[in-house]
Design a protein around this ligand. Structure first.
Ligand SMILES: CC(=O)N[C@H](C=O)[C@@H](O)[C@H](O)[C@H](O)COP(=O)(O)O
Length: 231
């Protein structure tokens, strides 16, 4: 099953179709049409947030889905599929891969990441898991804990990686992750041009996820406006 899925996404573009409540395109219908547009454009997979969006997206495309549920628990900084509750919801809906925050930060239920992965794998033995990591240590731990894929999703988004960007020093971080883990690496986070996406694949990433640069028009507009105003 993992091999079949890997064949389908290998060397391809996965489009993240997400709009949170405070974003202008927040709507499962709009996300489903974004997914359809992505498929027509040649995407090999979709990354999506919430069961509602995933259901709507499945109505429009038959592509592999990386499912997440972003949920805030008080002041806790871990928000991507933080607990078993979100995993249960995603497994009930059915997605090819579930992505989980796999940073070393404390989880809302205080559970250690290795225990969490063990519990998921014993409850849902066939469910593929992607580790959303932010640094090299987390990538190595994710592999040791039994994740199926590692994604660079959180690089630049934890306190200890703040300000970092996947393209820094000619993609040094991605190169290090690729050199240090055997599980497939999915490059994700700030891969915002076709050239960067191609580079990630050339370096050896299994697939590349691009989100905002395709599906967040407010960010795309801002890029144009900033350039016009020389910011
Ligand atoms: C840090 C975080 O919460 N990332 C989220 C993870 O699902 C999404 O908001 C991103 O859009 C996604 O990772 C794709 O990245 P980018 O939009 O940069 O291409």
């Amino acid at each position: 099953m993992k091999e079949d899925l890997m064949d389908k996404i290998k060397g391809g573009l996965i489009v993240s179709c997400q709009a949170l409540e405070d974003e202008p395109l927040h709507s499962s219908f709009i996300m489903s049409k974004m997914a359809l547009a992505a498929k027509i454009g040649g995407a090999v997979g979709i990354r999506a947030n919430t069961v509602e969006d995933i259901k709507a997206i499945k109505g429009q495309v038959d592509l592999p889905i990386i499912g997440i549920i972003k949920r805030n628990y008080g002041e806790c900084s871990v928000y991507i599929t933080p607990t078993m509750k979100e995993v249960d919801e995603l497994c009930e809906e059915g997605v090819h891969i579930i992505a989980i925050d796999a940073t070393k930060r404390e989880r809302p239920d205080g559970k250690k990441l290795c225990e969490f992965v063990k519990e998921i794998k014993s409850k849902y033995p066939n469910q593929l898991l992607m580790a959303d990591i932010s640094d090299l240590e987390e990538a190595k731990l994710a592999e040791a804990y039994g994740f199926d894929f590692v994604g660079t999703t959180m690089h630049g988004y934890t306190e200890y990686t703040e300000g970092m960007d996947i393209q820094d020093n000619d993609f040094e971080f991605l190169r290090q992750v690729l050199d240090n883990v055997k599980i497939p690496v999915i490059s994700e986070g700030k891969v915002d041009t076709p050239e960067k996406a191609k580079k990630c694949l050339e370096l050896g990433a299994l697939a590349v996820v691009t989100g905002g640069a395709i599906t967040r028009p407010q960010l795309i507009t801002k890029k144009f406006v900033d350039e016009i105003n020389n910011k």
